[in-house]
Design a protein around this ligand. Structure first.
Ligand SMILES: [Zn+2]
Length: 96
C-alpha cells in the first residue's frame, strides 16, 4: 500500500489515506516517540525500557513530509529533527 494523501489533523494526528482508500490515524507524539532514526534509537537504548520521553510543542509538530523512494516518508519536525524515515509498514503498525 502507498499513501494517496497525507494530512495533519488538528495539530494532533497524522492522517494517511492509502491507495486502497483505508485511513490510518497516528498521534503525532506517538509518531515522534517511535522515530526510527539512529539518534533516537540510541537515546532509547541508553535510557532503558522504562524511559518516557517528554516532548515540547515543536518536537511533535510536523514542518514537512516528503516521500522517500517508494517505501517510506521522511518527516521534518518543527524543532529541526529530520532524520526519521518512516517505512509505510511502520506507519501502518503505529496506526492501530
Ligand atoms: Zn529521530
Amino acid at each position: 500500500m502507498i499513501p494517496k494523501k497525507i494530512s495533519i489533523k488538528e495539530n494532533k494526528n497524522l492522517n494517511i489515506i492509502w491507495d486502497n482508500e483505508t485511513l490510518s490515524e497516528i498521534n503525532l507524539a506517538k509518531l515522534r516517540k517511535e522515530c526510527p532514526c539512529a539518534t533516537c534509537l540510541s537515546e532509547k537504548e541508553k535510557n532503558g525500557r522504562k524511559y518516557i520521553p517528554l516532548f515540547n510543542g515543536d518536537q511533535i509538530a510536523v514542518a514537512k513530509i516528503e516521500m522517500v523512494g517508494h517505501y517510506a516518508v521522511g518527516i521534518t519536525w518543527k524543532d529541526g529533527h529530520n532524520t526519521g524515515i518512516y517505512e509505510f509498514k511502520h506507519l501502518l503498525k503505529l496506526a492501530n
